[in-house]
Design a protein around this ligand. Structure first.
Ligand code: SF4
Length: 431
């Protein structure tokens, strides 16, 4: 029999608060996820008076720092994000008395809501327990007197996501065909500067100005000289960090470009709308507070309106436009209930269905090894999707500290080999 002794439970960490004074003195470090969007986010924070630096280090020591300070049973994105932060603090580049960290919290039931506690535990073990950590969340989970996600910052971030989604969508359709190497990236850098300048005046927040910017971005991408026949398109879906972050997916987009295919990556707006939509669905499914549902309804309507304007701007050009959120949601109806919201929830299945419907049946479902929610709505749905969509050519790729890049890339190559013989998107269009 076991001894009747209470288990040793570690006390909850004492939180170091980010004060108003720190807003003036501290540099806030936050980890890279989506290169275009996050460079715009950085400018948004700076315009609100924060001094922010994006962490872009991807050397193998980042993963080693994560594995040294986070339990290796924890999700791979947590290991990488926390590793990137601890690696930065250990680099000697920052004055530790004047450095803070920022991390997102989804507010859902998934482990992503708990990364912040793992980070604080890891910081303490690494000797950085005095560094304040700011939670960036929409659910009011933690507050800091020196950081305010108010209307002004929220508005900037929403527009940054709209611009970021637009540029990512267009860049993926131009980069594989550009005549002058680097032209697409140079144009993105130019627009990031122009958009930052437009946020400096109230003019930059007028609906007319933003719509003009959307049209201007589309026209300028259309003007990049391109060449060559259409390439096989490959969709990338999965857990949000692994899907987007080059550190998480071993530079998947670069690999796909080297394999001579055109990557198609769904935007971030859908995820933001999905998070609002969950709260509205919760009110119906579980009787949660109607007022929470109302706030989410208003934010959802606002973001959906901007997504539609972005789609309309793309439709006026030669580029393929993504589908609006409502249409992606409708596709899932016969596959999953809308209560499936952990991780990427039903949105992951919806993104695969949207890709197939829009002529991109070749799909990589990228997820962390052992990510239960996304294995259910990702890998777990592949058979059901294939049964109803025989042209679907989906491969699930796991990313983990123990997984080798060569194995991941070989599995993708096998999928691409099948793509060449099982039917391209053009064949699908003709069906
Ligand atoms: S979605 Fe998966 S990887 Fe991401 S936090 Fe949740 S369990 Fe971890």
């Amino acid at each position: 029999m076991r001894d009747n002794v209470s288990p040793q439970i570690e006390p909850l960490e004492e939180r170091v608060v980010f004060t108003k004074e720190m807003k003036k003195t501290h540099t806030i470090l936050f980890p890279q996820m989506l290169p275009i969007h996050f460079s715009l986010f950085q400018r948004c924070f700076e315009q609100e008076g924060y001094h922010v630096e994006l962490l872009t280090e991807t050397a193998p020591r980042v993963m080693r720092a994560g594995l040294s300070h986070v339990h290796n049973d924890i999700c791979y994105p947590a290991i990488l994000v926390i590793g990137q932060m601890i690696d930065a603090l250990q680099s000697g580049r920052y004055d530790l008395e004047r450095t803070a960290l920022m991390i997102t919290q989804t507010g859902g039931g998934c482990r992503a809501s708990n990364y912040i506690h793992l980070l604080r535990k890891g910081l303490k073990r690494a000797g950085f327990g005095g560094i304040p950590v700011i939670s960036l969340n929409l659910a009011g989970l933690e507050r800091n007197p020196g950081f305010n996600l108010g209307f002004s910052l929220m508005r900037r971030l929403v527009y940054a996501i709209v611009y970021g989604d637009l540029m990512m969508c267009l860049a993926n359709q131009v980069r594989p065909y550009e005549r002058g190497s680097g032209a697409t990236d140079a144009l993105i850098a130019e627009w990031v500067e122009r958009l930052q300048a437009s946020f400096l005046t109230s003019q930059g927040f007028r609906r007319r100005t933003i719509q003009d910017n959307l049209s201007g971005i589309v026209r300028s991408f259309e003007a990049i000289p391109v060449e060559g026949p259409p390439k096989t398109r490959v969709g990338v879906v999965g857990e949000i960090y692994i899907k987007y972050a080059p550190l998480g997916n071993n530079n998947l987009e670069d690999f796909l470009l080297r394999e001579n295919v055109e990557p198609v990556v769904p935007g971030l707006l859908d995820f933001l709308i999905f998070k609002c939509d969950n709260r509205i669905e919760d009110a119906g499914l579980y009787g949660t507070r109607k007022m929470t549902g109302l706030g989410s309804w208003a934010l959802k309507a606002y973001v959906c309106a901007w997504q539609n304007r972005m789609i309309e701007a793309i439709k006026r050009s030669r580029f393929r436009a993504p589908k609006p959120f409502a249409s992606t949601k409708a596709l899932v109806k016969d596959y999953l209930g809308y209560g499936n919201k952990m991780g990427e929830g039903w949105l992951l299945t919806g993104e695969m269905l949207e890709l197939i419907e829009s002529g991109t049946p070749n799909i990589i479902c990228a997820q962390p090894f052992g990510c239960l929610p996304n294995h259910i709505v990702g890998k777990g749905m592949i058979r059901a999707i294939r049964t109803r969509n025989p042209a679907a050519n989906i491969v699930a790729i796991d990313y983990d500290a123990g997984a080798t890049r060569v194995n991941q890339e070989n599995r993708i190559k096998l999928m691409l080999a099948a793509a060449d013989t099982s039917g391209t998107q053009d064949q699908l269009h003709r069906l």
